[in-house]
Design a protein around this ligand. Structure first.
Ligand SMILES: NC(=O)c1ccc[n+]([C@@H]2O[C@H](COP(=O)([O-])OP(=O)(O)OC[C@H]3O[C@@H](n4cnc5c(N)ncnc54)[C@H](O)[C@@H]3O)[C@@H](O)[C@H]2O)c1
Length: 398
């Protein structure tokens, strides 16, 4: 289907050009934009769920199905995977609604007329192709992180969203986690002053190796392949880097990195399993990210160093500790330290509740392609920096 094609469904049903004030006022929607152009939203009657197809029924799809089981506004109406037994297993996790249709060919799923949206839960290197094809078939898209492997791919995906006027929401779920939202709000309100630098990390020892049923002997699992996966910065780093981008609230400008493969048990991999990444942002702040996929112990909390305070943030807690600059006498009393336990939940459930609002035309996709691309600017910049032993200017990646 061409990108300019308006489907029969769009034409015949309540066709909402969101942003057209009169229609929106009538239907109680809000002004929603994808890039510069209004989204085309097909609002369903109350009680009629939006229909979603899940593309990729691997490990991550289990968490999405569990979350979606608690979101009555969205029905899982289709599943797609090249391995049929995976669809069968996932279908058993869906207790509500009609049995989803199953496809081994994604193009066939995209042709299912009544699907409103596609969740792209495929290996990283397939995101761009699948997202653009789904958009061109007239579907809204939820795309797992990382958005893509290169900035150029992100640009193409954003252009497709703009052209088709469909939503693209990226699956960095921390942006919807109640805990992290509470923390970011508290940081923004606190008298910490400018945040000058950060020391953030993702150390994970629970990274799974390929299950025998997935790939025949001799076929490398995509996570082990640098070109298909991107390595640790795209895997775990994408979450932490996105959190950092959210807190810094500035554009990345330069990137430097060293990376490699250390883990002896997973030596067959050529995707990097450890990395250090330094990023300078437009507002002058500096991120220092460290990640590996072989740590057996817990990660450290992320630390943010502001003019007046040090902020420590984990999934469970936020601490803000104020101090005077050493060596400069001050009689001013310090604000009280903040010690806050954060609400639980990684945001996976909340991101789907939010996506239901996007489908209804009541919210903008969030995080959107811009936020997704910011992470990729850093991830791709880090790969090039480590490979070429240079400092990468983000503007050269576009
Ligand atoms: N947001 C998060 O916290 C989070 C967590 C884990 C994974 N992810 C992301 O989710 C994505 C999937 O990860 P995963 O752990 O589920 O991987 P996985 O390897 O377990 O699953 C991928 C699935 O895609 C299927 N597939 C491959 N090619 C296909 C094709 N052409 N058509 C249809 N299906 C095809 C595979 O058979 C497999 O079932 C990745 O992008 C990953 O980065 C995100």
């Amino acid at each position: 289907m061409s990108s300019e094609h308006v489907s029969r469904r769009e034409f015949m049903s309540t066709c909402l050009t969101v942003g057209e004030a009169a229609a929106l006022t009538f239907l109680g929607g809000h002004h929603v934009l994808a890039g510069n152009r209004p989204l085309i939203i097909e609002k369903h009657a109350p009680g009629t769920p939006y229909k979603l197809g899940i593309l990729g029924c691997g490990n991550r799809s289990k968490a999405h199905i569990a979350a979606l089981n608690g979101v009555p506004e969205i029905e899982i109406a289709a599943l797609c995977d090249v391995l049929p037994h995976k669809m069968d297993e996932r279908a058993k996790l869906i207790p509500k609604g009609p049995v989803p249709r199953k496809y081994v060919d994604m193009e066939k799923m995209f042709q299912q007329e009544d699907l409103d949206a596609i969740a792209v839960v495929l290996p990283n290197y397939m995101h761009k192709m699948a997202v653009i094809a789904a958009l061109q078939a007239g579907k809204h898209v939820f795309c797992e992180k990382p958005m893509a492997l290169t900035v150029a791919d992100c640009n193409e995906m954003m252009a497709a969203a703009e052209r088709t006027r469909k939503a693209v929401q990226i699956g960095t779920q921390r942006r919807h986690s109640r805990g992290q939202k509470t923390a970011v709000e508290a940081i923004r309100k606190a008298a910490v002053g400018d945040i000058l630098s950060s020391d953030v990390n993702s150390y994970r020892g629970d990274w799974r190796v390929p299950a025998a049923d997935e790939y025949p002997p001799g076929v490398q699992y995509w996570r082990m392949n640098q070109d298909q996966c991107g390595g640790v910065v795209y895997e775990m780093g994408a979450h932490t880097i996105d959190l950092n981008n959210w807190i810094f609230d500035s554009e990345p400008v330069t990137v430097a990195s060293l990376q490699g493969v250390n883990d002896l048990a997973l030596r067959r991999r050529d995707s990097t399993d450890h990395a250090g990444v330094l990023v300078r942002y437009a507002n002058g702040a500096l991120m220092n990210y460290g990640g590996n996929l072989y740590a057996r112990g817990p990660s450290d909390p992320n630390s943010f160093f502001a003019v007046n305070a040090t902020i420590r943030l984990s999934d469970e807690a936020l601490e803000i500790t104020y101090g005077h600059a050493s060596g400069i006498p001050s009689k001013e009393s310090l604000p009280k330290p903040v010690k806050m336990e954060l609400p639980k939940g990684d945001g996976t459930n909340d991101q789907w509740e939010y996506f239901a609002q996007v489908l209804a035309g009541e919210a903008r996709p969030y995080p959107d392609g811009h936020a997704g691309r910011q992470s990729i600017q850093i991830c791709q910049g880090a790969i090039i920096s480590a490979r070429d032993k240079t400092i990468v200017n983000v503007k050269d990646l576009a």
